[in-house]
Design a protein around this ligand. Structure first.
Ligand code: GLU
Length: 600
């Protein structure tokens, strides 16, 4: 098993673009020299060596995996000082907003799943953006009622929802923090003031988005100083961000939600010439993080807990797992196309339900209990037959549903976003996916030093299809449906896996398939996050370019699937909690796992 996966891993490294070259080229260990504590370049180098060799990073007391070495290091520092996973998340998220600005930040939203070792309970925080009170259900339609082109809707103020990430950070700290709030921002402030080194991913993302970024003056000035695109290893200072974090660290969030930063956000949104937006002071002032029950299923003897509505992630991951539970995937094995036929059909069934029912449950009736009901899923699973593609896939009719009222959604999601997994020495587990939606969000960069999200384009652009309302239609105050799937898996009441990924609606497949590879195919976390993807979202069967892709494609297309080979930019960051802790980070992005044993 191990050899096959290191071969796949190497192949991914060879075939993918700039994101997936040898990770040691992506991160410069020498910039992490920090003599104040024992988190120096050796620490980072050891972690990169493990990743490049397809091995997990090992820890004993704590582990953090994020999308960027600066962020993992900031979180690791907090964990080594006795901070909780919540404290470390705040430090890491503050750094990610600076060094990976295209993916997440203060101008975006997040979902967090938390296992509390004192209460032994799993809970979730919903820090998703809300639609401004003045927004209009038809704002992403042309005058003739047709949906706008995606990027015409994205760029500018109209796509900006009320940011939730800062409020979520504060809420997590109020509930589970141990260290003083004000010190959690130290690393991010230092980096913003003294400069950070641009990563390859950031350089590549800027180049790819050059035309769009240059449409907005502030954004152009930041990413193209003196007209030149920021380059890998260039040192960048962001004084606006340093000032913003200093204010947040010392005065809390008032300035962000009702003061000067709020005014800056509002004017950035409302004054942009193309697509001025509706976000107002009232929207910011009224923003609330919501604690919600997790969406959990029992898969064999594993309790898999994720994010319920407004994310579709927890329900869709849970459904897909339950739909394949009756089949012996373990014996069939990873390389058997029959395994992928079963997983693909389960995923098609789950996506049919997702597209029909999932939306913000504070606005529409989402039959979560019905969708995760054992009997309902058993009957749905009977539609799947080993070796024979399920012909007709349609949304089901779970109890308490309003299926007849809703039409299927047609919203589009593209790649950006980031995922953080943390386990602390107190036995708490944290899984958080954080996003500004599209890469660089709305492309609006504030004077306060961060980008604003375009999360409202996660709503369906059409509010009605064939005369029926779409459940994920835009409504004032509503949170757009997400696919983010931060997940914690428990066994005998204790956390065993923490995982999640960016990747739009592919997140659901990334997370589900990676859990199957851990539970059924005995992969370690690094093998699991590295293995090639094959995902069916109730459309084409999409297979990741890899050594075995053609063989799998031939088998699946012989079974009647419409197939396509493509590249993926997942960013799975996973922790296994056993006798030791093991951390793995997706080779397709720049993430890095750090655990306490690396210090020795
Ligand atoms: N906006 C997407 C969501 O909430 C995430 C985008 C991405 O992962 O690329 O599901």
């Amino acid at each position: 098993m191990k050899n096959i996966f290191s071969a796949f891993f190497l192949l991914i490294l060879l075939t993918q673009n700039i994101y997936s070259q040898d990770s040691s080229e992506l991160v410069d260990p020498e910039i992490f020299d920090d003599t104040s504590i024992e988190l120096d370049s050796k620490f980072i180098t050891k972690s990169l060596e493990a990743k490049n060799n397809g091995k997990p990073v090992i820890g004993k007391e704590w582990m953090i995996v994020t999308a960027n070495a600066y962020a993992s290091k900031a979180g690791a520092k907090i964990l080594s000082l006795g901070g909780t996973a919540a404290d470390a998340m705040i430090a890491a998220q503050a750094v990610l907003g600076l060094v990976e600005p295209e993916s997440s930040g203060l101008g975006g939203g997040s979902f967090l799943v938390w296992f509390d070792n004192k209460t032994k309970m799993v809970t979730t925080l919903d820090g998703r953006e809300t639609a401004p009170q003045k927004s209009k259900t038809t704002q992403f339609q042309n005058t003739d009622g047709d949906p706008k082109k995606f990027f015409d809707a994205v760029i500018g103020g109209l796509s900006v929802g009320t940011p939730g990430t800062p409020a979520l950070m504060k809420e997590a700290h109020n509930k589970w923090g141990k260290l003083d709030w004000s010190i959690l921002f130290n690393d991010a402030i230092e980096l913003a003031k003294n400069g950070f080194s641009v990563s390859k991913k950031l350089e590549a993302s800027i180049k790819r988005d050059e035309d769009r970024l240059k449409k907005v003056e502030m954004t152009k000035n930041y990413f193209f100083p003196n007209g030149q695109s920021l380059l890998h290893k260039q040192i960048v200072v962001n004084n606006g961000y340093a000032q913003t974090l200093q204010t947040i660290a010392h005065e809390g969030l008032d300035d962000f939600y009702v003061g000067n930063i709020a005014n800056d956000i509002i004017s950035t949104v409302q004054d942009y010439k193309i697509n001025p937006g509706f976000l107002s002071k009232t929207d910011l002032k009224n923003y609330r993080v919501i604690e919600r029950k997790p969406a959990c299923v029992m898969y064999k003897n594993y309790e898999v807990c994720g994010m319920g509505p407004p994310s579709s992630g927890g329900v869709a991951v849970g459904q897909t797992l339950k739909l394949v539970e009756q089949f012996d995937l373990k014996s069939l094995g990873y390389e058997n196309p029959l395994s992928w036929q079963l997983i693909g059909d389960a995923s098609r069934l789950a996506f049919a339900d997702r597209d029909r029912y999932l939306a913000d449950s504070d606005f529409v009736n989402v039959p979560v209990a019905g969708l995760l009901d054992d009997e309902y899923l058993r009957l749905r699973s009977n539609k799947i037959k080993v070796g024979s593609r399920t012909e007709k896939i349609e949304p089901g009719n779970p109890s308490n549903s309003v299926a007849h009222d809703y039409s299927d959604d047609n919203s589009l999601e593209l790649n950006s976003t980031t995922h953080i997994s943390i386990y602390d020495k107190y036995g708490n587990a944290l899984s958080m996916t954080s996003s500004i939606e599209n890469a660089f969000g709305s492309r609006l960069f504030t004077k306060s030093g961060f980008l604003l999200n375009n999360q409202l384009t996660d709503f369906s652009f059409k509010h009605k299809i064939d005369g029926k309302l779409v459940s994920n239609r835009l409504e004032p105050g509503k949170r757009p449906r997400s696919s983010m799937s931060p997940t914690i898996v428990l066994q005998n009441g204790k956390p065993i896996y923490i995982t999640g990924s960016p990747g739009g609606s592919n997140i659901i497949g990334f997370v589900t398939n990676s859990l199957i590879s851990l539970i059924e195919w005995d992969m370690n976390v690094q093998e699991s996050v590295s293995s090639p993807h094959a995902i069916n979202r109730w459309g084409k069967y999409e297979i990741e370019e890899s050594q075995d892709a053609i063989r799998l494609e031939e088998s699946l297309s012989a079974m009647g699937y419409d197939t396509k080979i493509k590249r993926y930019f997942s960013g799975l960051n996973t922790i296994y909690i056993g006798d030791n802790l093991e951390g793995g980070s997706d080779p397709r992005r720049e993430g890095i796992a750090l655990g306490d044993l690396l210090l020795n």
